[in-house]
Write a protein that binds this ligand. Sequence first.
Ligand code: 2NL
Length: 357
Amino acid sequence: MDDLKAKYLGQIADAADEAALEAIRLAAIGKKGEVALKMRELGKMTPEERKVAGPAMNAVKDEITSALAARKAALHDAALDERLRSEWLDVTLPARVRGQGTIHPVSQVTEEVTAIFAEMGFSVAQGPRIDTDWYNFDALNIPAHHPARAEMDTFYMHRDAKDDRPPNVLRTHTSPVQIRSMEKTGAPTRIICPGGVYRADYDQTHTPMFHQVEGLAIDRDISMANLKWVLEEFFAAFFEVDGIKIRFRASHFPFTEPSAEVDIQCSWVDGQLRIGEGDDWMEVLGSGMVHPSVLRAGGIDPDAWQGFAFGMGIDRIAMLKYGIPDLRAFFDSDLRWLRHYGFASLDVPTLRGGLSR
Ligand code: 2NL
């Protein structure tokens, strides 16, 4: 019995892991282990022999059991020590900098535009991107079968074959927001409406979703002169060129009369565009005096009120300001494109002063 005990206690002391301990446990004190076999011999002993051998065997069994438990605990402690040694963290190291989100160039330019018009007393109006064809077209003096409807490459929402309600459309401009705003607040009013708009068109200068900002000022005696001053102030501030020249060219829109397209002063130097200098012109905007039918559609009496309106592409003026040649860089490209064009907001934290990448 003593040999047995010495053998197993030795093995237990040498066991390298829990699996080895379990093998020893089975061989020593398992149901078919050596101790069990020895205990079977008790049956063949005299009662006197049994009185001595029985407790001795039980003692050996108990000793092996507690040696197993002790070794198991020791192995456990050693493993924990090893993990603590190998997996320690130096909490004094500077944190790994994570890629942080930054404001999208279109969002930043929208904020720039909004801030400039806000200083001139314009507030922001917003509305649905899915609207009725009445708000998107009829209210803007674009009746059914008018060529302007076809030209707009409108996305129509799905309708059941038997559904004879007028169709909803993805707004092709933000003008419907201005109609809704006129209905809600009446005149006088001064608003801009920035936001996404949709037209089925896709090439270097067109994406099916893009952003527009329209402006509307209505009062008793608003004129084209007010429009020109507002736009001069806007472009000087936006392109950071004092005294930037703008010019009006006669044009036509169904929703304004008279209508004018607006060009800003620019020049081309070595194939590079410079805004606000030289004697070339770049078209940036459409505008005019709000058509009486459009005022009426918005619930405003055209005999008592008049106003100007304008519309321009946010993505387009963003491209001009930051020198990005392909509109698609904004929507289906990755950040490397925009960074290549030195878009500052990508590398300067703009939100809550976090770390830059
Ligand atoms: C363009 C032309 C324009 C307007 C938009 C407008 C809105 C109302 C009434 C009258 Cl509610 N006009 N918006 C006016 C003239 C031009 O946009 O070429 N934009 C890029």
